[in-house]
Design a protein around this ligand. Structure first.
Ligand code: CP
Length: 307
């Protein structure tokens, strides 16, 4: 494993190794304080971030290495410099690269032309780092993945849903995606097809439903994400709120999940939109443990890639 483009390229054993290491890093961070000594991470961003940017930079600091934040808006990339030239040049300086890019195709070009390991820190198609931390969180809270059901609500034609589909299918978690009808709201058909084939191998199930009550029934994990991904124009927002309202995670919906169900959101969360305040700030919410695990999971991922 020398690059992480999306989770579908990882095996169950590889994901388990990353989560096991993330748990070890969380338990005893001091043991790994020199693990990145002399190593440099380049962090390329063309989109905003709190968790991803800060967790990766802190991860390098805590492991004795260094992270360089590289903002595309103040760089020659896309103006005087190509993706390939950027990747080849940066590969001569740094040990590992992570990039958050709107365009998945641009990210793939970066990954394919770099000679050092490259991590997808979120594109319009995939958010694998988030789902590694989510899987760590789910196992931490539930003890194992065996027989679990994750119900996802809301905008499902997005990076988080695609990566959740792959992550759950590989690890054997039954996933129910609950969203409005229409290509623009549902997972990409090719992602669903691949997830179903991964789920068949792990013995789990993948379903898409437009019935929120059916989706939440028996859920161990209730997950939602923003209705307003970065590319959504301001004049589309009012109509989207109406479209997604039946899929809002509120206390009534939570009451139809298992009594010990946890609530997850990769954050940022907008109270009153994809979930109510009483849910995200309530006792079933694990969103800040989930956010913390971004740090442990990204450390583990970088150590695995640099092995
Ligand atoms: N969940 C997540 O990726 O957060 P940021 O956009 O703040 O990095």
């Amino acid at each position: 494993m020398k690059k992480l483009v999306d989770l579908s390229s990882l095996t169950k054993d590889e994901i388990t190794s990353i989560i096991d290491l993330a748990d070890a890093l969380k338990k005893d961070p001091a043991k790994y304080s020199q693990a990145m000594l002399g190593k440099t991470l380049l962090m390329i961003f063309d989109k905003a971030s709190l968790r991803t940017r800060v967790s990766f930079e802190v991860a390098m600091t805590q492991m004795g290495g260094h992270g360089i934040y590289y903002n595309v808006s103040t760089s020659p990339l896309g103006k005087k410099e190509t993706m390939s030239d950027t990747a080849q040049t940066a590969s001569r300086y740094v040990d590992i690269i992570m990039a958050r890019m709107g365009s998945h195709e641009d990210f793939v070009e970066l990954a394919n032309t770099s000679s050092v390991p490259v991590i997808n820190a979120m594109t319009n198609f995939a958010h694998p780092c988030q789902i590694l931390a989510d899987l760590q969180t789910i196992r931490e809270k539930k003890g194992s993945f065996d027989g679990l059901k994750l119900a996802y609500f809301g905008d499902s034609n997005n990076n988080v849903t695609h990566s959740l589909l792959y992550g759950c299918a590989i690890m054997g978690i039954n996933i129910s995606v609950c969203c409005p009808t229409g290509d623009e709201y549902e997972p990409m058909p090719e992602v669903l097809e691949k997830a179903k084939s991964l789920a068949a191998a792990s013995g789990s199930t993948v379903e898409v439903t437009h019935d929120a009550q059916a989706g939440v029934s028996g859920a161990d994990v209730v997950y939602t994400d923003s209705w307003m991904s970065y590319h959504i124009a301001d004049d589309e927002k009012a109509a989207r709120i109406e479209t997604f309202k039946p899929y809002q995670v509120n206390q009534d919906l939570m009451s139809h999940a298992k009594p010990d169900a946890i609530f997850m959101n990769c954050l940022p969360a907008m109270r009153g939109m994809e979930q109510t305040a009483e849910v995200v700030d309530g006792p079933q919410s694990v969103v800040f443990d989930e956010a913390e695990n971004r740090l442990h999971a990204c450390k583990a991922l970088m150590l695995e890639l640099l092995k």
